[in-house]
Design a protein around this ligand. Structure first.
Ligand code: SAM
Ligand code: SF4
Length: 327
């Protein structure tokens, strides 16, 4: 098996985040406008066969881990087929899913059986009326039900991602942290990023991770902890005394972690983005549809991958929403 390719800064790139749809059943205030976006025409979106073809061509270059994301990936029909086909690609060791969790209780066992390894669930509140207000859709979503379904289906390590927003849900930090005392879940607090409709409000609503951890520590002593065995990413972890789960913080706004970036992203319409922010991307879809080899394009894209994002300058490369690139 080949070693992962390195980018121009020497970082090994072995992780691809694949957005399979730009659509969603939620309209989270920090992500999508309430009226939705201009959805991609169907013919522009990569078919499952095309996605699998991309992965098959990149695996020999050292691609090992995949994340299926969106938009909301569970609303694209026949997701199980995609998972099954990706699992069969030689060299792929780990497949994760990012989801808002609404459909997870119904799908978790089948996803596991199809070959999904693990899941990240996004939930910004534990209170039903507040979830509906933040997501601007009332779908009866209960995060704990989704988390339990994921644990029962062994989609582990289960991560629960919370975007903390001052004055909106920051009073629930302690309630989320308390979940780790009972359940083997990694609760990760994410700093709000300046994308989309709330971009101009970001500074007002960002809660720095140090403040989040100070609030968690009101529950008891917090000790540094190893992250989940699989899927190490940008979070740093700690554990409350006696807890079965851990607390993570992801700090795009107050600390950068670009030096250890190991990932690239594929948009639903087949553009390879080498950084979540910035505007560097390479169209893979058209060459793929012309039957051209993608390896040279991948190598070229990595040779141009930026050293770090320019988020702190509030430049987001024309992104209207993270749903366009899968977060
Ligand atoms: N729909 C799926 C979900 O919500 O997990 C996958 C796509 S969503 C774009 C991926 C992640 O991006 C979610 O955890 C979401 O909370 C996060 N996200 C979206 N917009 C964000 C923002 N402005 N700041 C911080 N995180 C954001
Ligand atoms: Fe949908 Fe996820 Fe964006 Fe919320 S964060 S609107 S669930 S894509």
């Amino acid at each position: 098996m080949s070693a992962p390719l390195r980018d121009q800064h020497g970082r090994a790139i072995e992780y691809l985040r694949i957005s399979i749809t730009d659509r969603c059943n939620f309209r989270c205030v920090y992500c999508m406008p309430e009226a939705g976006l201009d959805w991609l025409p169907k013919q522009d979106i990569l078919s499952y066969e095309e996605i699998v073809d991309v992965v098959r061509q990149l695996a020999p270059l050292g691609l090992r881990r995949l994340r299926i994301t969106g938009g909301e990936p569970t609303i694209r029909p026949d997701l199980l087929t995609l998972v099954r086909q990706l699992k069969a690609v030689e060299g792929i060791e780990d497949i994760a899913l990012s989801t808002n969790g609404v459909k997870l209780p119904a799908m978790a066992a089948d996803l596991r059986a199809a070959g999904l390894d693990r899941v990240n669930i996004s939930a910004d509140s534990l209170r039903p009326e507040r979830i509906a207000a933040i997501a601007r859709r009332n779908l009866g979503f209960a995060p704990i039900v989704a988390v339990r379904a994921a644990i029962e289906a062994d989609l582990a390590p289960v991560k629960l991602n919370v975007v903390v927003m001052r004055g909106i849900n920051d009073d629930e930090v302690v309630d989320f942290a308390r979940i780790t005392l009972e359940l083997p879940v990694h609760v990760r607090f994410i700093e709000l990023m300046p994308v989309g409709e709330m971009a101009h409000l970001t500074n007002e609503h960002v809660v720095p991770s140090d403040e989040v951890l100070a609030r968690v520590a009101t529950l008891g002593p917090l000790a540094p902890a190893d992250g989940p065995a699989r899927g190490n990413g940008p979070a740093t972890y700690s554990r409350l005394a006696g807890a079965v789960g851990t607390i993570g913080v992801i700090t795009p706004m107050t600390h950068t972690y670009c030096g250890s970036c190991n990932r690239v992203r594929l948009t639903a319409d087949g553009r390879l983005r080498t950084c979540l922010y910035g505007d560097h991307e390479v169209n893979l879809r058209d060459p793929l549809r012309r039957g051209e080899a993608l390896g040279p394009l991948f190598r070229q894209a990595l040779a141009e991958k930026p050293l770090e994002h320019n988020l702190l300058q509030l430049k987001v490369g024309g992104l209207k929403a993270l749903s366009q690139v899968g977060g």
